[in-house]
Ligand binder design. Structure first.
Ligand SMILES: [Zn+2]
Length: 229
């Protein structure tokens, strides 16, 4: 069983992920936000109006599951409400990374669905990447746009806005973000060269099975798929 990270370790991890997001160009200015579950009722969240590349552990805020700030000298991000909808809906999720990853966001601003089956990594780690409808960032209406998709994916585009990825560790939530943006980058580079050669359906099914076995599919994704049929 994994040891639960301490408050200080989690704060440091959030700062490290923020630095990686910034260095990789997945956020600009003060964009993006990160949360991690600390206890059953408390969540660590990045502050508003601070570059995610230069955060220190003391900059991180503590909030409850309703978004009330419990501690921290800075004000928590208004987009924490989106993170909390995910954390409340998915008890298996420990961390959420939201950013404006440019290549993935190119799909989000055009409303063009991310094509399936172009590369095995995307099928294995991401599966289907839906697009949640646009709402004004920071509002409760915006936070709730994730709800129709939250059970069946761990990676979602936010229309005209960005990406949100979530997982059982911070590292994995970040990794999904990186994989999604890299996949979208390759798709955009491929587009002028000609049509994408997608994997045969049988090979995609093999990858979907490996995804389930590897624990990368959301816990309720298979039952939800049956419900939606
Ligand atoms: Zn945003």
């Amino acid at each position: 069983m994994l040891m639960q990270p301490t408050d200080q370790q989690l704060r440091q991890q959030i700062c490290d992920i923020g630095r990686r997001l910034y260095q990789r160009g997945l956020v600009a200015g003060t964009d993006g936000n990160i949360t991690a579950r600390l206890t059953d009722t408390e969540v660590l969240a990045t502050p508003t109006m601070l570059c995610k590349g230069t955060m220190q552990p003391d900059d991180i805020c503590l909030v409850d599951l309703s978004g009330n700030q419990l501690a921290g000298g800075r004000t928590r991000t208004s987009e924490v409400l989106l993170h909390l909808e995910i954390l409340r809906a998915r008890p298996d999720v420990e961390a959420v990374v939201h950013c404006h990853a440019p290549h993935a966001t190119a799909f989000a601003v055009t409303g063009k669905p991310v094509p399936r089956g172009a590369m095995p990594e995307a099928e294995f780690f991401l599966g289907d990447v839906p697009i949640a409808p646009y709402e004004t960032p920071g509002t409760l209406a915006f936070a709730k746009t994730i709800l129709p998709f939250v059970q069946r994916t761990n990676a979602c585009l936010l229309a005209n806005h960005g990406t949100v990825c979530y997982a059982d560790t911070l590292e994995q939530a970040y990794s999904l973000t990186e994989i999604l943006d890299a996949y979208c980058r390759i798709l955009l580079l491929a587009e002028p060269l000609g049509p994408i050669q997608t994997l045969p359906p049988q090979k995609c099914e093999e990858l979907a099975e490996l995804r389930q076995q590897g624990g990368f599919a959301p816990p309720q994704s298979s039952s939800n798929l049956q419900e939606s049929r």
